[in-house]
Design a protein. Structure first.
Length: 590
């Protein structure tokens, strides 16, 4: 039966495919397609994993028996019996065979897919005792996965190799059943999401998250339709259901009828056609009708994203979120050499165009590891995040500053500092940067000049622009956080997403003042939050005097189209009216 689920639109476009449900705790299980001649081998891997766990349980049963009837805890005996029974249930291997044979899923993916199917059956059972056996099913699946991992560790590959690595293999896509797949999860961390970059999924749906949560930001950078904040989607959708993601409306349609499917297939083609038309603008300079040049820059997460930025015709990288180099590494931080090489790859990848490296912004909804403690504070967005985190460990920060300066020897680099609010933070940062310069000079290591900029993303910073402009070469407005902190709305919380308003008069006032003050002092101001890539905001920002926009590469051409159609001088009075209005959104169409 067709039904729809409403969430928050993250990326425009339509995705149509089958649902792959992934429990949040199992997103690190590898998802990749196998070759048809590997089918039997994969099924046997699951069989061997299962048999190993059966043996382990039987051994345990024997030792429990050996304790004698008085000593043997009856609960343990019963538990072992249940686990054994579940493991021997042919539905597991039967399902695994289906996913491996029909869909060419790798063994671990097939096993967890079958787990989702069976877990749902347990959820629907009337009998409470039977319903609770779902936890046992999950436990034995974990055990089988572990047994398979142990077997693999003896071999060459690791069970938990990130999906992206597998998916990068040249044969995977060819081997795959061509059915598109849509990932459905309760929650995905930004680093989980990064794992799926260039992976097998053509769409994403999560129960939680706001439009500018970092998970949504990474989804947007992947340029595939995604909906976040879809609340109970992961409970309502079943493994393998047909799904339509309408990324424009933020709607998920489950089990669509043939008529609905045909309608969305048509919309999908239209969308793709419109995109392919935009490609023609790639080499057109971004200049307004009245001759104002506008810098359209790219936001990237990894050095390899520089290629997409160049392909989209970006004038440079306006935001390299360096924290993605620090995530998902079990707390093991990248050393100076690793960082230097990564920054250098980004710089070289941009072929002489400037690269803005933001110093690490770990914390809040970007924990270093999904299970890490730093995201678990009561108010993580107000806690030890970004520059606060860096300054809390000056040696670690110095390592990053040295790496950035060294990378600057290979091309134009700008440095950007997130979440500054205090003069003391500015001073400490600049003094550490000077220390890094002096150290490198003393060691005779090559380094380059870097312009230093501050992010304006805390209202306090936007209210002390004169001070900021005295210390920095340029400013970049982080509207995602500026909105969050001005309106006291958690950007990652879907329950208050309706109040997260980029057009709130207070937000517009801070953005406009920052642009105006920077211009008055002859210093560059750019916007690198999601607002910069929103075509609905381009005219307003141009009208407010913004001439530098940084966004995901996939958004550049659409924004360029808006720039080419705009007359900056003519829209300035309208932009002032919007700024003065109590209800700016009412004027946005005019
Ligand atoms: C912002 O806050 O707008 C920004 C660009 O930084 P991030 O989204 O990484 O917090
Ligand atoms: Mg920010």
């Amino acid at each position: 039966m067709t039904f729809s689920i409403h969430g928050l639109a993250v990326t425009r476009g339509i995705a149509i495919g089958r649902a792959v449900l992934v429990a949040s705790s199992r997103v690190d299980v590898a998802h990749y397609f196998i070759e048809p001649d590997q089918v039997d081998g994969e099924i046997n891997r699951v069989r061997r994993g299962r048999n190993a766990v059966i043996k382990e349980i039987q051994r345990l049963q024997q030792s429990v028996e050996a304790l004698g009837p008085k000593e043997a805890p009856p609960e343990l005996k019963a538990l072992l019996d249940v686990h054994l029974m579940l493991l021997q249930d042919e539905e597991i291997i039967g399902g695994v065979k289906h996913w491996v044979r029909e869909r060419l899923y790798n063994a671990e993916w097939a096993l967890t897919s079958q787990l989702e199917v069976m877990a749902r059956q347990f959820d629907e059972m009337e009998d409470e005792y039977l319903r609770e056996r779902k936890a046992d099913l999950e436990q034995i699946t974990e055990k089988v996965l572990r047994a398979m991992q142990e077997e693999m560790q003896g071999g060459s590959a690791s069970l938990y190799m990130p999906a992206a690595l597998h998916a990068a293999g040249p044969t995977d896509a060819d081997a795959a059943d061509k059915t598109a797949l849509v990932l459905v999860a309760h929650e995905l961390s930004p680093s989980d999401m990064l794992q799926f970059k260039q992976g097998v999924f053509t769409g994403f749906i999560t129960d939680v998250g706001g439009k500018t949560s970092h998970t949504a930001i990474v989804a947007r950078s992947m340029d595939i339709p995604a909906v976040v904040g879809a609340r109970s989607a992961s409970q309502l959708v079943r493994q393998d259901d047909w799904i339509i993601i309408d990324g424009n409306a933020g709607v998920v349609i489950v089990d669509p009828s043939p008529i609905i499917l045909a309608e969305y297939q048509y919309k999908q083609r239209e969308h793709e056609l419109a995109r392919s038309r935009l490609v023609r603008l790639r080499d057109t300079p971004a200049i307004t009708l009245d001759g104002e040049p506008v810098d359209l820059l790219a936001n990237i997460e990894m050095p390899e994203d520089a290629a997409a930025a160049v392909r989209a015709g970006a004038a440079g990288v306006g935001l390299f979120r360096s924290e993605f180099l620090f995530m998902g590494r079990q707390g093991h931080l990248p050393d100076e050499e690793e960082q230097y090489q990564a920054y250098r790859r980004a710089v070289e990848g941009m072929n002489g165009l400037p690269v803005t490296i933001r110093t690490v912004d770990i914390g809040a909804d970007k924990p270093m590891d999904s299970s890490a403690q730093e995201g678990k504070h009561l108010n993580p967005a107000l806690g030890l995040r970004a520059i606060r985190w860096s300054l809390a460990d000056p040696a670690m920060f110095l390592t990053q500053l040295r790496a950035i300066l060294r990378a600057a020897a290979h091309g134009p680099v700008k440095m950007l500092v997130p979440m500054l609010a205090h003069l003391s933070e500015i001073r400490q940062t600049l003094s550490l940067l000077e220390q890094a310069r002096v150290e490198l000079h003393r060691e005779g290591r090559p380094q380059g000049a870097v312009q230093v900029g501050a992010m304006i993303e805390i209202p306090a910073a936007a209210l002390m622009l004169k001070t900021f402009l005295r210390y920095f070469d340029y400013l970049s407005i982080g509207t995602n956080d500026l909105i969050q902190y001005t309106l006291a709305i958690d950007r990652a919380d879907e329950s208050v997403a309706h109040l997260y308003d980029p057009l709130h008069p207070a937000v517009l006032r801070l953005v406009a003042d920052t642009i105006a003050e920077g211009r008055a002092q002859g210093k560059e101001v750019s916007v690198c939050g999601e607002m910069a890539g929103d075509v609905g905001m381009t005219r307003l920002l141009l009208g407010l005097g913004l001439r530098s926009f940084s966004m995901h590469p996939a958004q550049i051409l659409a924004v360029k189209q808006e720039v080419l159609r705009a007359d900056a001088a003519k829209i300035a009075p309208w932009a002032r009216q919007v700024l003065e209005s109590e209800t700016p959104s009412a004027l946005m169409g005019s």
